[in-house]
Every structure is written in C-alpha cells, then in structure tokens.
Design a protein around this ligand. Structure first.
Ligand SMILES: [Zn+2]
Length: 162
C-alpha cells in the first residue's frame, strides 16, 4: 500500500458528522508505484468523510486529467478522470484491507491515509480503450509516423496471407 503524509486525514479529533477534504493529486503519487499506468496527473479530489459512532463512510470524488500511454501509437495521451466511489472504515486490532470497499483500521491509528484509494480510483476511472481522440474532421490524434508504420505492417501481414 502507498503511504503518503500529503493524503492523510487526521480523523481522531473530528466530531461526528460530515467533513470535507480537498486534495490535489499530481504525478508524484503515481511515481511511487513502478507499475502505475498513469504517468502524469492533475486531479482534484474531494474526500467526504462521514464519521459515525463506530465506523466511517468515506466518499471520493475525483475529477481531472491523467496521462497514459496510447494503446495504438504508444505516445502519451491525456484522458479525463472522473470517479465517484465510497469506502467504509471500521476499526479492529490491526489495519487490514478487508475488500476493495472495506478497510479495517487499527484502533491505534489516528490518521486515515487515502493515497492508495486515490491511486486505485484514478486507475479505475480510465476508459478501457486508451487512444487519442479523433477530431471533428475524422483525423486521429495519434502520432502520424506510428500510424503510417502500423499501416505498413498491416499491409505486409495481408500480403503474406494472400
Ligand atoms: Zn495514439
């Protein structure tokens, strides 16, 4: 799990009820994970924490832009990030990620580090097909040199088949 003090919510001192926290999620969060598919990011995250008597409900609203590698031309492409998700935090002997929406937090903790969730939810919001958009004239935003190369290979493949 990623730990990052910048995305820590000190919840112990909070009163019961709803509290809002705003975070700017930038490239540095994703650089902490070697396998991150997001290479760059400018994401605004609003975290709404509802503190109840014996658990917490935490909603994540993400909005921004993430840079990933285009599936077609392998150049970087900026894609919109938009996510609305919720987790529940209960308390136990030790911190365990029970499932993707339920965190058991050690009673010894007085801060909730949400960096892992920001990382995961940003990835979850990415579209399945990560390619450069096509403009209004029908022209692909992909790297034209790479597209030309791909076309050559496609023709070669076809000629082999015939
Ligand atoms: Zn592309």
């Amino acid at each position: 799990m990623i730990r990052d003090k910048a995305f820590s919510i000190p919840f112990k001192g909070l009163k019961q009820g709803v509290h809002r926290f705003d975070f700017e999620v930038s490239t540095s969060l994703f650089q902490q994970v070697e396998t991150s598919e997001i290479l760059g990011a400018e994401i605004s995250a609003e975290v709404i924490l509802d503190k109840k008597s014996n658990f917490m409900e935490v909603q994540f609203l993400l909005k921004g832009v993430a840079t990933v590698i285009c599936d077609r031309c392998l150049d970087p492409v900026d894609l919109p990030v938009e996510y609305d998700g919720k987790i529940y935090v209960k308390f136990g002997e030790e911190t365990v990620e029970q499932d993707e929406n339920l965190l058991i937090l050690s009673r010894a903790e007085d801060e909730l580090d949400v960096s892992q969730y920001l990382y995961e939810f940003a990835h979850l919001s990415l579209p399945l097909k990560r390619v450069h958009a096509v403009d209004e004239t029908g022209k692909s935003g992909c790297n034209p040199e790479m597209l030309a190369k791909l076309r050559e290979y496609l023709i070669d493949d076809n000629s082999e088949l015939n």
